[in-house]
Write a protein that binds this ligand. Sequence first.
Ligand code: UGA
Length: 423
Amino acid sequence: MGLVTGACFAEFGNNVTCVDKDEKKIGKLNEGHLPIYEPGLDSLVSKNVREGRLHFTTKLKEAVEKALVVFVAVGTPPSSDGSADLSQISQVAQEIAKAMNDYKVIVTKSTVPVGAAAFIKNIIEENKESSCNFSVAANPEFLREGAAISDFMRPDRVVIGCKDEESAAILKDLYRPLYLIETPFVITSPESAEMIKYASNAYLATKVSFINEIANLCDLLGADVHDVAKGMGMDERIGSKFLHPGPGFGGSCFPKDAKALVALGRSVGYEVKIVEAALDVNEMQKSSIIERVRMLLPSLAGKTIAILGLSFKPETDDMRESPAIAIIEQLKLNEVIIRAYDPVAMEVAKSLITDISYCEDEYEAARGSDALLIVTEWNQFRSLDLKRVKKEMRMANIVDLRNVYEPDAVKSYGFNYICIGRN
Ligand code: UGA
């Protein structure tokens, strides 16, 4: 998120320095290598480096000294009780304080709990060594992995939370190119901006859990969740997005942010029941996948299963909280032999999931398997050569956890086919 934000602001014509204390990461970036897979980021970074607007360094003090606006994009990982761990925020705020040489706007891009702007303000006040003024603002991001650059360049809205006119004007100016395309702006308090971010992610996660429950009910009652989602989504009050059932939501944001919102509620004596339920349903959804597999393969021990897709969603190599991890762990516990393939996440996956075979492509993964599970909806899995897949497999079983195929079409090739909410 930091790299995308930096590259996009540079693309808007600003002079941007991205700072990280990880020397290896900065070294790689300076050699032109990206630490993550994100479509379009490579060319955007290299273009802006070439044109002299984008720089990488480990020297925070020098970068802060020459900046007017400092975006904080450090991690806010979950603590053991689910609340956001603010230690990186606290550390970076102390370092920024020591580098203050002039008026600056310090802005949180990281997802931070309500009250974080005030927390940062106190740290800077206590640690700054000069008398210069500063503002602290909250400017949450709504970028989706895999579509982060277009989300930055064409957002649904920009949320700016600040307490003074000066910082609001500076941030609005920074986003001026988006004014030109009439992007709506929400200017509010830092507390409300921080809450908008948590509420948005928790709401979307709840929507996914909701449709997953409806899909499970559809399977039990003989309805088709695709038609149900279509019929619901046409109501503008509901909207058609995020009504796609699957193996449960994953990624670095929904699980973490939903848990953090629940913890935030708990910290003020409030139980956020809907979000807690969304998290519970998500765990249930992930762990129920094995039952779907058992519908086709009642006895799992010694069977070979092909897994297509490992990342938590397509167009990313991010494996954080990917449903594939939980599904593979369960299959391994049931003595299943796993043959996996993912177009970009295999290198990352290898450090997280061991004792499985990583294959060259989807057909090699299918070879000799008793069932094939589509776990992530990469485009290349949407039009598999099903005749070839069937030839490669030992038994013709497909479990489509992303509903990418029409059940009747797959069955016409002689497959047994199970999906989610259309059975
Ligand atoms: C999410 C939000 O969508 C972004 O707006 C936000 O900026 C980001 O978190 C963040 O906080 O940084 P992201 O985690 O990249 O973005 O992925 P999503 O596209 O939102 O998907 C999250 C999970 O929900 C994935 O596992 C996906 O497979 C699942 N999902 C999504 C479904 O199962 N069904 C759907 O209909 C939609």
